[in-house]
Every structure is written in structure tokens, then in C-alpha cells.
Ligand binder design. Sequence first.
Ligand code: HEM
Length: 208
Amino acid sequence: MIPLGISSMFLGTYLGCAENALAATSGIGQPIASSLPWYIARSAGITAYILMFCIIALGETMTTGSVYALITPVKAWTMHKYLGIAFGIMLLVHMFSLLFDTFMNFSVANILIPFSSSYSPVFLSMGIFGFYIVLAVLLSSLLVRLRFPSFWRYIHYLVYPLFVLGFFHGVFLGTDTTTLAMQIVYAFTGMGFILLMLHRWRFSQLRA
Ligand code: HEM
């Protein structure tokens, strides 16, 4: 419940800011309804991206054991699971709210089939490939983790390319990349990801 609450808080804060900005530029009382799906898609995309980074950071530090200096294994595992569910929900909101945006006019095929849209096809498709990785990771975790642990682990390693796809998708497609807040988010998470990779690599070297 807490991860879902945090996700809604992010979403709510962003939408509140968007509404104020719109009121300031277009006059109080102007309807925001026509742009609402677009704001929801963007705020859910940013929330999903931040959740994705948190889950990867938590998962990596669970594997290396460093997070257990701060929280117990049960708490870490529970947080990992619920953050994963919140991430999945935010990603679905991010994608499917686009279908209600009358300006961009995305079809179901455009949001599910890579390169089917003319809107920045490469960076949009990175997000779509990311969605299929998320689907594989979530389904394998729910269905085959206990029966085929090594298969599940290989699928789980796909979260590392997932971050790279999500990063380039957000940076190069996002309207909000021009804001200082998002530039700080991308710089912090991008550098954080590189440090996590180095930490993971050192851990596997020590164990070899
Ligand atoms: C791992 C999966 C994904 C993550 C982490 C993610 C995250 C993001 C982020 C952070 C942004 C920038 C938002 C902004 O600056 O306002 C964004 C933009 C966007 N995403 Fe995704 N996304 C993912 C998958 C998808 C998928 C599957 C679609 C389906 C079509 C999609 C469609 C879009 C579109 C159209 C934009 C542009 C919005 C804008 O111009 O601001 N994304 N995404």
C-alpha cells in the first residue's frame, strides 16, 4: 500500500503543478480536461521511471547484501515486491492514458507494436520494448520463480537493459527533460545506475 500511496503522491503533485501552470497561462477556470490524459501519461511515466530506479537499486543491494545493514531481509523483499506492482500499474497508466489524448491520437497498435507510430519511432519503441521486458519479469516472478529459478534469474537480469531503455526513452522523448527538476532526476539516476553496475560487478568478482 505504501508504494502505491507514494506513486499517487508523485502523480498528484505533478498534476497539481500542471493544473496551476495551465491556469496561469490560460486564465482561471479554463478547462484542463482536453490535456488531462497527456498530463496523466507524463506524470505516470516519470513516476514509473523513478520507481524503476528504486526497484533496481533495492534488488541490486539485496543481491549483494548491502541493504541489510539498513533494513531486514523480510522488509526488503516485501518492499521490492510492492514497488514492482506499483511500477507495473504506473506503466499501464502511462501507456493507456495516451489512448485518450485527442491531440496525439495514438492507437492501441501504436502503444503495443514497436515502430508502428511516426512519433519519434526509435525512442518510443525503446519504451515499448521496455514494457515487454517488464511483462516478462513480472510474469516469470509470479509463475516460474520457484520451479525454474535459473530461468527466472536470467529473465530478471533483463532489468539492467530495461533501465537503459527507460532512461533514453524518458530523456529523449519526454517534454519535461527541459526542466531542471527532470535533468537532476536523470543525472542522479543515471549516475546511480552506473555505480550500482560497478558495485554488482565487484561483488561477482569477489565471489568468483
Ligand atoms: C519501462 C517502460 C517505460 C518507462 C520507464 C517510461 C518512462 C517515461 C518517462 C520518464 C517519460 C518522460 C515524461 C516527461 O518528460 O514528461 C516518458 C515519455 C513518454 N512515454 Fe514512456 N515509459 C515507458 C514505456 C512507454 C511505453 C510502452 C509507451 C507506449 C507508447 C510510452 C510512451 C511515452 C510517450 C508517448 C512519451 C512522451 C511524453 C512526452 O512528450 O512528455 N512509454 N516515458
